[in-house]
Design a protein around this ligand. Structure first.
Ligand code: NAP
Length: 244
């Protein structure tokens, strides 16, 4: 299988660590971003300097046509995507009663529709080749639920439903679908919860520290590797024991 990966939302945070890990493992990687052009280009330059095959594509995963154009550009430069990591995501804090309809729809548009668009864009080639792998990034809140993050938790539960259902549907076609559910990870997204809450989250983590983007990249690398070729439909929690 040609190792060609698309990592959505890989200009920063977890996606960036995943792109680095895959590139160093020999994958040609497409770095996708929404707004942070400079971050994406800096990562591409870093990986290219290490001899990795990388390209950068701006696309808003909410927009189906942009996702399709991105996948077409990857095909043109590298070939068909054989590994899709649905990582792009947003989160927001607030009481459920205060959630606007616009905010609710926005959360689903990025976190769920984005994965839907990307899966449908890469699947025709995967189905044709009878191989491929999709890894979705959910969250422990999608497994457990989360006060003051109801829309986010709902989208992340949907991502788990997508993973398991798609895994069943695509297994006969030789395509694996798995999911990583990160715990509390040190990225820009964590700033959403507020500085005062972060020490409490660290304390509530049995392993006694917050996760790093690299912790999640290692979990993704497991699913991406042929060593997990008999694994599909699984949710791997990487959270330092937070929801044990
Ligand atoms: P982050 O640091 O805020 O980075 C978010 C990434 O998503 C950025 O690359 C951003 O692109 C991209 N993005 C946002 N909206 C997009 C859109 N409409 N189209 C394309 N790309 C878009 O977040 P993170 O913490 O790394 O989170 C990555 C994933 O892990 C998310 O799915 C998140 O829900 C999940 N997660 C995070 C944690 C945590 O504690 N951090 C825990 C559990 C799960 P730009 O840079 O261009 O804006």
């Amino acid at each position: 299988m040609e190792k060609i990966a698309l990592v959505t939302g890989s200009s920063r945070g977890i996606g960036r660590a995943v792109a680095r890990e895959l590139a160093r493992s020999g994958w040609a990687v497409c770095i996708n971003y929404h707004k942070q052009h400079d971050c994406a280009e800096a990562l591409a330059a870093e990986l290219a300097a290490q001899g990795c095959r990388v390209m950068v594509q701006q696309a808003d995963v909410r927009r189906r046509a942009q996702v399709e154009a991105m996948v077409a550009a990857i095909r043109h430069h590298f070939g068909d995507v054989s590994l899709l990591v649905n990582n792009a995501g947003i989160s927001r804090q607030g009481l459920f009663q205060d959630v606007s309809e616009e905010s609710w729809r926005e959360m689903f548009a990025v976190n769920v529709d984005g994965a839907f668009h990307a899966c449908q864009a890469v699947l025709p080639a995967m189905l044709h080749r009878h191989e491929g792998s999709i890894i979705n990034i959910s969250s422990i809140w999608g497994l457990r639920g989360a006060s003051c993050e109801v829309p986010y938790a709902c989208t992340k539960a949907a991502v788990i439903g997508l993973t398991r259902s798609l895994a069943m549907e695509l297994a006969p076609s030789g395509i694996r679908v798995n999911c990583v559910a990160p715990g509390v990870i040190q990225t820009d997204m964590l700033q959403e919860v507020g500085e005062d809450v972060i020490p409490q989250l660290r304390e509530a983590t049995p392993l006694g520290r917050l996760g790093t983007p690299e912790d999640i990249a290692h979990a993704v690398a497991f699913f991406a590797d042929d060593k997990s070729s008999f694994v599909t439909g699984q949710v791997l929690t990487a959270d330092g024991g937070f929801i044990l």
